[in-house]
Design a binder for this molecule. Sequence first.
Ligand code: SF4
Length: 152
Amino acid sequence: LMDKILISGCLYGLPVRYDGKDNLLTDSLLQQWQQQDRLIVLCPEVSGGLPTPRPPAEIQTDGTIITKNNIDVTDAFLQGAHQAVMLCQQHNIKFAILKENSPSCGSHFIYDGQFNGTKVTGQGLTAAALTKMGIQVFSEHQLSILYAVLDS
Ligand code: SF4
């Protein structure tokens, strides 16, 4: 059985970003994995119960997640991460491609919590939860690295 790969809904082309747009990733490797029926699609924030569009949110230094208009959405983000964990368990997923810089999906960088576009080293809640359970998380810039470690 070929390895399944979790992918952020917005990278798959679903219009689930906070602003109602997508981050469609067009790449021949991704097309190949799609044809092989490996891709399992999830938007943690939508699965956590948040609407689209929604106000942008950033992780604060105390670990809570606050929208730009100062609403605490930590619970929804935690719920989304939990949904991702359960989906990966259900499909025995060991690999994920998650959108960089997102407070849910970012695997190397997130915004600093001040809503001024400054990025810092860190992980979103879902990326951190998946990493903790042993899943290898890659950003949309690392498809060739994932290709190298996947089974054929
Ligand atoms: Fe994309 Fe993840 Fe944000 Fe959903 S939570 S819009 S999948 S980056």
